[in-house]
Design a protein around this ligand. Structure first.
Ligand SMILES: O=C(O)C(=O)C[C@]1(C(=O)O)C=C[C@@H](O)C=C1
Length: 116
């Protein structure tokens, strides 16, 4: 491996073609992640409304512990860092809880606004 950077014109076209191929795959994966997250948030918004309607707390730490345990196992089988999988899930769940809290507040205040 070299320590200096190659000027764009010096790079073998085959290397650039391979980079473009890999980036196209990365772009497809990123699009899938966005679509999957959008579906997940659609489901959690409904959970938020259900919880608010029945005075259930926004967070359920026992459920989260089961999800983390499960995801860490899946990550290990998939050769993904389980610590990263846990951080990623916690990051998403923190946002969901923020939405739930907003939905519950709006339910109490009689507002029609939705969380975002
Ligand atoms: O399952 C629930 O009770 C949810 O509110 C969803 C969810 C999640 O995003 O997976 C979010 C908050 C809870 O603490 C646990 C899980």
């Amino acid at each position: 491996m070299t320590t200096s950077n190659n000027a764009a014109g010096d790079v073998d076209p085959a290397v650039l073609a391979e980079l473009a191929r890999l980036r196209a795959s990365i772009d497809n994966i990123d699009a899938a992640v966005v679509h999957m997250l959008a579906e997940r948030f659609k489901a959690t918004q409904q959970v938020g409304h259900l919880k608010a309607a029945h005075q259930l707390p926004p967070a359920d730490p026992a459920r989260e512990a089961r999800q983390i345990e499960r995801l860490r196992g899946l990550a290990e089988s998939a050769k993904l860092d389980p610590g990263f999988a846990e951080k990623f899930l916690n990051f998403i769940i923190a946002e969901v809880i923020r939405h739930h809290e907003r939905i519950a507040e709006d339910a109490v205040n009689g507002s029609a606004k939705t969380a975002n």
